[in-house]
Write a protein of this length. Structure first.
Length: 504
């Protein structure tokens, strides 16, 4: 068992275990019962071995985000959680400095000094006379470490962005946005040309074929034709998904029989791809089956479904990009349901199995009070991109998003209200700042080809109703202008973008 002492003070919000999980030495979440009482967090693990705790934690001067301890051995005595979180962050900074070669850059001297100062505070915590004093010193070390870690990541991004721009290494169409299929008014569509290179069209099976054999093509045809007329590329997503919200009810009824279900998937996917062979330039051929395994298919069946979906795209639309979409890249879901697959393992198996696909998709959505969307900082984002980039496939960020207002948790008493805090509580200004810095980090990676913002416009009924770049009445938010500025910075404006009405 892992035990952690916690020493909250009057300036910090109450401790929450919302989204908390235990992670093993290989970075894979593991099953554990996590409880908090009388100032102590207990992690009763199902398997032995070194492990760490990942928890939503307040960081003075930065916000409230998911942080990990170092990997620790089981023992009877409790660890000081404040100390272990600070130690964990500083250890990861050291790892990234080594990976990036950031030890002797002349312009990095200030960052190195700040890192050393944070380490000195951690040493003071480790040598403190009592646990409460250690916690206070560790909180100061953690604050400095988180802030300088993100700053270091942005410095790294700036260096590599300059190299990428000078060498003109961006793909021709890197900016995308998700749209609503059943909305076709011109006032909505006119925000796309000039600001974006492609639109992500939702094509869930449930909407395309609500009744067996009765397909709905009208809305999709209208969008595909309009985008083609305006020289915008089309990405269709997802072609195959095991998320219950994407599946038609009539197909769910046959799910216990994998072979029958697979035949239905093949027929549907083949029909979709063939219809749009020359009009859809990229397909998210399969999305999130590693996380949403609604039918509890076996590992072999999930990999077979992945191979099949990719093969259908490459056989019927060989010039289209076939993307295997990975959601919730930190894999929190695996700690709850081990009939799923850890995301990094799933991606590695796709590569090692030799599937014929072109790229991985990754999603980074933060700020919603749900598992997998609790806030992480840009150093964590940069590290996760590096991890998947090492697999040798191009990366497409298929969904980037944060909200423009705080989203309340379903439980009003939850300390995770808003899904965490990045610098300041979520607002239009914070959303805009996050977009600029996220795009810098993402596009600084030579293996990242495109980034698609999840929703062009705010709308009800979504996990993140305020996550659009435009208000529901189509007035642009500061984030829309931030995207235009970022596009101009990276590429220059090839077409004068529609600026729309100003935000009130």
């Amino acid at each position: 068992m892992l035990r952690f002492n916690v020493f909250p003070n009057s300036d910090t919000p109450p401790i929450t275990l919302d989204g908390a999980y235990v992670v093993g030495s290989d970075g894979v979440p593991i099953r554990a019962e996590i409880t908090y009482a009388n100032g102590e967090i207990r992690c009763n693990k199902r398997i032995p071995g070194p492990s760490g705790l990942c928890v939503l934690w307040p960081v003075p001067g930065f916000g409230r985000l998911m942080l990990e301890t170092t990997r620790l051995v089981d023992r009877d005595a409790a660890y000081n959680l404040h100390v272990e979180l600070a130690r964990g962050r500083l250890m990861r900074i050291s790892q990234k400095r080594e990976e990036w070669g950031f030890y002797d850059f002349p312009d990095g001297a200030d960052y190195y000094r700040r890192i050393d100062a944070a380490k000195a505070k951690l040493v003071e915590a480790l040598t403190a006379d009592d646990d409460e004093s250690a916690a206070r010193q560790a909180d100061a070390a953690l604050s400095d470490a988180v802030i300088v870690g993100e700053d270091l990541s942005l410095y790294h991004a700036d260096l590599f962005l300059k190299r990428r721009r000078s060498a003109n290494q961006f793909v021709k169409r890197p900016f995308g946005a998700g749209v609503v299929l059943n909305r076709s008014d011109e006032a909505y569509r006119e925000f796309l040309p000039g600001a974006f290179d492609f639109a992500v069209l939702p094509v869930p099976w449930r909407e395309m074929e609500p009744s067996e054999g009765k397909l709905r093509w009208d809305a999709l045809d209208l969008w595909v034709n309009w985008l083609g007329q305006h020289r915008l590329h089309v990405r269709a997503a997802p072609l195959v998904s095991l998320d219950k919200t994407s599946l038609p009810d009539w197909a769910i009824d046959v799910a216990p029989n994998y072979e029958t279900f697979r035949e239905l998937v093949v027929a549907h996917a083949t029909r979709m791809v063939r219809r749009f062979t020359h009009r859809v330039q990229s397909w998210e051929c399969i999305s999130g089956v590693h996380a949403f395994n609604t039918f509890h298919f076996s590992l072999e069946q999930l990999m077979d479904l992945t191979r099949t979906a990719a093969l259908i795209v490459k056989q019927n639309a060989p010039r289209s990009t076939a993307i295997v979409n990975v959601i919730v890249p930190w894999g929190e879901y695996y700690a709850r349901d081990q009939r799923t697959i850890p995301p990094a393992l799933y991606a590695d198996m796709c590569v090692q199995s030799g599937f014929n696909f072109d790229a991985f998709g990754l999603q980074f959505q933060f700020g919603a009070p749900v598992e997998g969307m609790l806030v992480r900082d840009l150093m964590q984002v940069s590290s996760m991109l590096d991890r998947f980039g090492s697999l040798g496939k191009p990366i497409h960020v298929t969904a980037a998003q944060v909200p423009s207002v705080i989203q309340p948790a379903r439980n009003p008493e939850s300390a995770a209200n808003g899904g965490g805090i990045w610098h300041d509580p979520w607002s239009e200004k914070v959303q805009s700042q996050w977009l600029r810095q996220f795009y810098d980090v993402a596009f600084s990676k030579p293996f990242v080809e495109t980034v698609a913002w999840r929703d062009l416009v705010d709308g009800p009924g979504r996990i993140m109703p305020s996550g659009g770049l435009l208000h529901a009445d189509l007035t642009p938010k500061p984030a829309y202008q931030a995207l235009l500025d970022t596009r101009h910075q990276f590429l220059g404006e090839r077409h004068p973008p529609h600026r729309g009405r100003s935000s009130p």
